[in-house]
Design a binder for this molecule. Sequence first.
Ligand SMILES: C[S@@+](CC[C@H](N)C(=O)[O-])C[C@H]1O[C@@H](n2cnc3c(N)ncnc32)[C@H](O)[C@@H]1O
Length: 251
Amino acid sequence: MAEIKKLYEENFKAHMYAKHYVKESKLEYPFFMEDFYHRLFEEGKLKGKTLIDVGCGPSLRAALIGSRYGCDVYCADLLENNRNFIRNWLDNGQSAFDYSGQFKHVAQLEGNDDFGYLEERVKKCVKDVFYCDIMSENPLHPRPLRQFDIVTSSLVLDCYPDQADYLKGAKSIGSLVRPGGYLAFGSSLSCSYYEIGDKTLPSTDVDGAKAKKAFTEAGLKVLQINEYYYKNPVPGTDGKGLFTLYAIKEI
Ligand SMILES: C[S@@+](CC[C@H](N)C(=O)[O-])C[C@H]1O[C@@H](n2cnc3c(N)ncnc32)[C@H](O)[C@@H]1O
């Protein structure tokens, strides 16, 4: 586990990740998570005021959708570089990093051709950007544990191939959901590595059923799983696809 965190500290380049996995994504279905969040909110399945995106990285996936529904969004990540990347975007907008492909996609989901309105909306909804570590019992340490109406997390827990770490991470993510609150989660499917530039990072051989087991053990009730298998191999990873999971913490 310490090794994985060290690998991230040394190899995860925020700008390169944002460029390769958000801006010019090589994934077959680049905006899988945005579509998932959009659908859940639109169907009224996710309701609440506070949203934390755990392991947000240099991405605003959850903020883009949660902002439509007036959520107060908190972006949390292990790496200072990622947190600074988001802070810089919040201060300087598209001139700091051009997310226009992703923003255009979300605007289209909302029935709009022009995506310019999203920048202000996202900036307004993000209330804070802070440290979190899902390998800690309190992922917000040294802050006190706080719970949220909605917890989102995409492509984060699958960074931990060791089974014990995976379960620990699921428990830690689950601890952030308030009783009656929701988890909207996304992951690679049966993946052992992904590349960022010339760096290779490990991933996990996991599917919806394994994630369901982990989050059930973490005290959540899983309500929906959706697996998507790539039709063609995706450059830079051996992942077979992606999956999403939606769960509730019952009162
Ligand atoms: C593959 S990126 C995903 C980024 C973003 N969520 C997305 O969907 O594009 C993995 C992210 O998990 C973060 N991460 C890795 N280990 C973590 C940990 N122990 N606690 C919190 N975040 C972690 C990394 O810093 C990185 O931002």
